[in-house]
Design a protein around this ligand. Structure first.
Ligand SMILES: [Fe+2]
Length: 483
């Protein structure tokens, strides 16, 4: 790929010298995969596998009809004009009281231990107060102004999305979700309700972390160049996350940080206009490297690819290589995410009942605001060989994987089980995943209780639990798949 890192013989651009080790930046094994067309990128997004990968569509913001001007609200763009870093940006926002009312954002700084922190977490809705606190810390020399970072900027009050119509807090006026249209239902989860917006200058960025849910991100890098590193899933991600949680990998790197960076699976230079996807469920970190300010947004999603569904379902593991304790979403909150997943599975089942996604796509009347490009992209995608078959096969597998989760198994509508079966799956006739059998307390039934056994309890074995779970009503119904 012309002008990209990883070809081994190009001199390193000046902005990258002395930042991260050159051998990592130039390593072909750590480079991303590049999609050569928007259709290829969308197909990869919906049916491909990227748990330990990084996929980039160069100039994707234009190729997908998601330009900066069409996406970012005018008031935010005006404030970002001529800014070199987050300090410039937040100072400008302070002069616009209406923006302080309209938006919330994290204003992050880096402490003396190189760890990224939020200003005034308790005042998360008071943007003015958070900005003034960050500027005070800079003023008294407590923090480095260059490393300030504006993260997760959102609307304070939800409002109808200009394209989708549903209520959202995202500031973005169009998203990858809008490009996908009815195809977005063919994912297990899609979050643009409160998608992220980030802005910062050279050497600011996002400290190392694993997202609180083991999902994927699709990002748009509108301005500036930034480095991203992503580590292998499971144990490796857990180890680096626990040692370097929220640490910003800003040069000069410490010996332990260098060692950790050498374990990264991917090291990627993102350029202006890149649209990219990767798993947020592995350890990852981002560092802005250009003099020009970096401005980016991302949506979170989980595809029906079984590897992604499997990874996602580890989010609430109580132990093991995916368990990150309080860094993970709590099981209670994760149940709400699972409810959203069930809605998605149901939407896809409804589309199958209506003749399949292609039929739904052909019948759908695009919103007047939607560029014709999106409809054309979807048509080309639906015509590409094997795409629909992969989507439906993955749906069937996803229904089975979700049926292995205690909560989802109980809540999943019968029409989803039926649709899964029609797509070649087992219709949910699968055992619960390991670790899902509830340790249910029940009093022992002893005919002649002795004093010592009087208050004893037994636990259901996995097999007994399974028999109980399998006692749910059998699946019936007829789903017609698109021929
Ligand atoms: Fe993240």
């Amino acid at each position: 790929m012309e002008g990209r890192l990883g070809r081994g013989h190009d001199p390193l651009p000046a902005m990258l010298r002395g930042v991260w080790p050159e051998e990592l930046l130039q390593d072909p094994a750590r480079r991303p995969r590049y999609a050569t067309s928007p259709e290829e990128f969308l197909s990869e997004l919906l049916t491909g596998e990227h748990v330990e990968d990084f996929i980039v569509l160069p100039n994707g913001t234009e190729l997908l009809g998601l330009s900066y001007e069409d996406t970012i609200p005018e008031d935010v763009r005006l404030c970002l004009q001529d800014c070199c870093n987050a300090q410039d940006f937040v100072k400008k926002i302070l002069h616009h009281p209406e923006m302080l009312e309209k938006y919330r954002a994290d204003v992050e700084y880096v402490d003396s231990k190189r760890q990224q922190r939020d200003t005034l977490r308790k005042d998360k809705l008071d943007l003015g107060k958070r900005i003034r606190e960050a500027l005070r810390m800079v003023e008294v020399g407590e923090v480095n102004a260059d490393l300030l970072y504006v993260a997760e900027m959102r609307l304070k009050q939800e409002a109808p999305h200009p394209m989708g119509g549903e209520k959202v807090k995202t500031i973005c006026q169009r998203d990858v979700k809008d490009v996908l249209g009815p195809l977005a239902s063919w994912t297990l989860y899609w979050d643009r309700y409160d998608e992220g917006f980030f802005a910062g200058g050279r050497f600011s960025g996002k400290g190392l972390h694993v997202d609180q849910v083991l999902w994927s991100n699709v990002g748009r890098n509108y301005k500036g160049y930034k480095l991203a590193a992503a580590w292998p899933k499971g144990e490796c991600s857990k180890q680096v996350a626990l040692e370097f949680y929220d640490v910003l990998f800003v040069p000069p790197l410490q010996p332990r940080e260098l060692e950790a960076l050498h374990k990264a699976a991917k090291v990627v230079l993102l350029q202006p206009g890149d649209v990219y996807m990767f798993s947020g469920g592995v350890a990852h970190t981002v560092l802005c490297v250009s003099q020009e300010m970096c401005i980016g947004v991302y949506e979170s999603f989980v595809t029906f690819h079984p590897n992604h569904v499997n990874h996602f379902l580890h989010t609430d593991d109580a132990e093991g290589e995916y368990n990150l304790g309080s860094y993970s979403m709590s099981p209670r909150s994760f149940r709400d995410t699972k409810d959203d997943c069930l809605d998605q599975l149901e939407d896809a089942a409804d589309q199958l009942q209506q003749g399949g996604v292609a039929a739904v796509h052909h019948r759908a009347v695009p919103r007047a605001e939607a560029p014709p490009l999106w409809e054309q992209l979807r048509s080309r995608l639906l015509r590409s060989p094997g795409f629909l078959q992969s989507l439906e096969r993955h749906y069937g597998e996803t229904v089975d994987l979700c049926a292995g989760d205690r909560y989802m198994r109980r809540e999943m509508p019968d029409k989803v089980y039926s649709a899964g079966k029609a797509c070649g799956g087992l219709g949910g006739a699968v055992p619960l995943r390991a670790g899902q059998a509830r340790r249910k307390r029940c009093r022992s039934q002893r005919s002649n209780p002795s004093p010592s056994s009087y208050s004893s309890y037994s636990y259901l074995t996995d097999e007994e639990q399974l028999a109980e779970e399998n006692a749910r009503p059998s699946v019936c119904g007829d789903v017609r798949l698109e021929g």
